[in-house]
Design a protein. Sequence first.
Length: 154
Amino acid sequence: MPHAHRAPEGLALLPAGEGDFEALLALRMAAMRESLERVGRFDPQRARERLSRGYLPAYTRHIRLRGELVGFVVVVPREKDCLLDHLYIHPSAQGQGIGSWVLDQVLQDADAQRKAVSVTALKHSDANRFYLRHGFVLQAEGEWDLYYLRPART
């Protein structure tokens, strides 16, 4: 069993709504900008299209620290696994254990359902080390992305 990460004081996961798209888009762009610029792929219009195509408020939760929106997570249940579609922490809130705490919640929920968790990460992104550290295993490699799976725990 992975060790549980202690949440910083005042951290909460709260449901998102239809009207939250713009705030979440701005947060995603802030979180991804450096990694995307590193591979020459930062494009605000493409970022908007990608998030709007997959924006599912029912599966989206705000990550709030003392009431302030510092990130969001989207987990889509599928037949054989859970898709961790988005997990972004604003750069100003990174390095405090927030992402690890949120991922622990996602993995605990998946374990309760006896499901694996799939995630895609941009090549050369710091996210790759993060997912490997949390028990994800590389499954495949695309032109820009790496595809991981954290096997179901029974």
